[in-house]
Design a protein around this ligand. Structure first.
Ligand SMILES: Cc1cc2nc3c(=O)[nH]c(=O)nc-3n(C[C@H](O)[C@H](O)[C@H](O)COP(=O)(O)OP(=O)(O)OC[C@H]3O[C@@H](n4cnc5c(N)ncnc54)[C@H](O)[C@@H]3O)c2cc1C
Length: 381
């Protein structure tokens, strides 16, 4: 039986992007222990994303977090000796039918006046920018030019490196199952012992409510939704090169019924599925993979036939699709950092700094235009 009592201030549960990033930020002020159930960090959602950073994506607070994250990616790369974390890639929001035409109108109206808002482009312009689109299929389109691909693995590794440099400790193969309430603080079971700490951070992704229940804390109503992605083989990979040798834009059906972008000489495609799931090691369903291929083949001229690889992961949301950050008054020291849905990578630089401020009771950095009340678990019934 081992105990690290007195040597740790905060236990962070979950070693995906949420846990690694918030642990890194907290380690500037606190002694941090990061616990991950799997043998390797970043085994679940974090390893399965489409790795895009798209200004204007998601609900209002998510958009504010993405906007605040954009300049922070470059600062983090420098601070943590990481390679460049972003590679520019525009996003075309396309409407292919009447619903899509209304969808593009709605997107432009809702985002009007926001920094880096999408701009309307003609169908011809969409085809010119993404030459693999089938001529004539686009009915309406908008362009977000300030978006990028994220090197999610390098970002996660940088946060972990930074955490260790700040004296933080990482333990893997430790599934936290028991968390007890103390007079002041929490007793966290570590399998071979326990650690008593004033603060616990529940960054357990799809399992955040499982962890909350283990602590006797009311759940936040998290719903994990499975999303599938596949890389499709392309007969003529040379057609995937963008203008000037850069990346071709990503194309997202404006209602997110599917999206695609080039990936290692093939095409990454998703049917935009949102199938409710238990918190599990998600696996792709053959039907969802087939739907991705069918929907993307219908709007491109690439003659897509075979699936090189496919995977699925969980995007976990609460009812209002905003992240959940902070604690409830009745559970002092039990902090959620959960519910990032489809934006956990693109928001991580700002969300981690925001969460660390909320957890340590310090002011939110001025560049993050989000009121802590907006993301507090107290808003959830
Ligand atoms: C197909 C797909 C495409 C996506 N595309 C994008 C995108 O383009 N851009 C973007 O920003 N986001 C995207 N996302 C969303 C993004 O991947 C998630 O928001 C993000 O990875 C969530 O990170 P997390 O750390 O909360 O969860 P996870 O990475 O799942 O990490 C949670 C960790 O907690 C651990 N854990 C659970 N219970 C315990 C316990 N009791 N004890 C210890 N450890 C525990 C788990 O083992 C896991 O490693 C996508 C997701 C999917 C599935």
């Amino acid at each position: 039986m081992t105990s690290t009592n007195g040597s740790v201030d905060v236990v962070v549960i979950g070693g995906g992007i949420a846990g690694a990033s918030v642990a890194y930020e907290l380690a500037a002020h606190r002694r941090v222990l990061l616990l991950e159930a799997e043998q390797a960090l970043a085994t679940h959602s974090t390893a399965r994303s489409a790795a895009t950073c798209i200004p204007g994506h998601g609900t209002g607070p998510v958009r504010a977090l993405v906007a605040a994250s954009l300049p922070r990616f470059a600062a983090l790369a420098q601070e943590l000796d990481a390679p460049p974390l972003l590679t520019a890639r525009a996003v075309i929001w396309a409407g292919f039918d009447d619903d899509g035409v209304h969808g593009v109108d709605g997107l432009l109206t809702e985002r009007a006046g926001e920094p880096l808002a999408p701009q309307r482009i003609s169908a011809g312009e969409a085809e010119r920018r993404c030459p693999v689109l089938r001529p004539g299929v686009v009915r309406a389109a908008a362009l977000t030019s300030a978006s990028a691909d994220v090197d999610a693995a390098a970002l996660h590794a940088a946060f972990v490196r930074g955490l260790r440099r700040r004296g933080g400790v990482v333990r893997t193969s430790v599934r936290v199952t028991g968390i007890g309430r103390l007079a002041a603080g929490w007793r966290v079971g570590t399998g071979d012992g326990h650690v008593d700490v004033p603060d616990v951070v529940d960054a357990a992704g799809a399992w955040a409510d499982v962890v909350a229940r283990a602590a006797g804390v009311a759940p936040i109503g998290l719903v994990p939704l499975r999303r599938t992605a596949a890389v499709l083989s392309v007969a003529e990979p040379e057609r995937l090169v963008g203008a000037g040798g850069g990346l071709q834009p990503m194309v997202t059906e404006v209602g997110e019924r599917f999206y695609f972008k080039t990936e290692s000489g093939g095409l990454l495609a998703s049917p935009g599925d949102e199938t409710p799931s238990e918190p599990v090691d998600a696996r792709p369903d053959a039907l969802d993979v087939a739907l991705a291929l069918e929907r993307v083949a219908a709007v491109t001229t690439l003659g897509l036939r075979s699936v090189r690889t496919s995977w699925a992961g969980l995007r976990s949301f609460v009812a209002d699709r905003r992240p959940v950050v902070g604690s409830r008054p009745q559970d002092p020291g039990f902090h959620f950092v959960a519910g990032q849905g489809g934006s956990g990578i693109e928001t991580s630089p700002a969300l981690a700094a925001f969460a660390a401020a909320v957890i340590t009771g310090t002011p939110v950095p001025a560049d993050i235009a989000v009121d802590p009340a907006t993301l507090s678990p107290t808003r959830l019934k």
